[in-house]
Ligand binder design. Structure first.
Ligand SMILES: Cc1ncc(COP(=O)(O)OP(=O)(O)O)c(N)n1
Ligand SMILES: Cc1ncsc1CCOP(=O)(O)O
Ligand SMILES: [Mg+2]
Length: 208
């Protein structure tokens, strides 16, 4: 059993905020979730704002951090707990200054160099992936457990593993030192519903 790994939930790429509130509440009530990342690819800023206003209170009522994908300025403006930025999502150093005291996560693909740079720039976590094939996003990078082992032995900054992670395949990532497992499909596409997905992920993490 490996201590300390937690579930990092990412929203489906498209959602209706009013309807999704209930689904989200049921998922968060099903077990431990460290944070929710709102990831609405290609949504207009007004739609993202409406989704933040609908969903952030659901998270905060349950002590779950609310992180916005892609846009540090909007995350700051809307009072989110932080932002997740990829390598093409703007100026990481500027985001670090803007999000003073908030969470900044940075995608580092499968690169030690990107991860060390992100750490130097003050990232609160680095994200590695993709670990497995995924239908959620087209991925150009493939990460392995050796990267998680190296990072967690060398660095204090937490690391997130992402990409095709399920209850059935996550154990090696937990054992390799991932601090968080970020998932979309394993929860929202679970055949028995999102609450069952959260329960299955937490059971698999605990058993790893
Ligand atoms: C926790 C986490 N890790 C990686 C990503 C991917 O970010 P990015 O490379 O910017 O790709 P998009 O998510 O923007 O398509 C993430 N969102 N969250
Ligand atoms: C956003 C993202 N970045 C790399 S893989 C991925 C998608 C993760 O979704 P899933 O857990 O469904 O594979
Ligand atoms: Mg991005």
């Amino acid at each position: 059993m490996t201590e300390g790994c937690r579930l990092y939930l990412i929203t489906p790429p498209r959602l209706d905020p009013a309807a999704f509130r209930e689904t989200l509440a049921a998922a968060l009530d099903a077990g431990d979730v460290a944070c929710l990342q709102l990831r609405l690819k290609d949504a207009a800023q007004d739609d993202v704002k409406r989704a933040v206003e609908a969903l952030m209170p659901v998270c905060h009522a349950r002590d779950v951090a609310f992180i916005l994908n892609d846009d540090a300025i909007l995350a700051h403006r809307l009072g989110c707990d932080g932002a997740h930025l990829g390598q093409s999502d703007g100026d990481h150093a500027g985001a670090r200054m803007l999000l003073d005291g908030k969470i900044l996560g940075i995608t580092c693909h499968a690169s030690r160099h990107l991860a060390m740079t992100a750490g130097e720039q003050g990232a609160d976590y680095v994200a590695f992936g993709a670990f497995f094939p995924t239908d959620t996003k087209e991925t150009a990078h493939s990460a392995g457990t050796d990267l998680l082992e190296w990072w967690s032995e060398m660095m204090e900054i937490p690391c997130v593993a992402i990409g095709g992670i399920t209850a059935a395949n996550c154990a090696p990532l937990v054992r390799a030192g991932a601090d968080f497992l970020a998932v979309v499909g394993a929860v929202w596409n679970h055949p028995d519903g999102a609450a069952a997905g959260v329960r299955a992920m937490n059971a698999a993490i605990a058993a790893a």
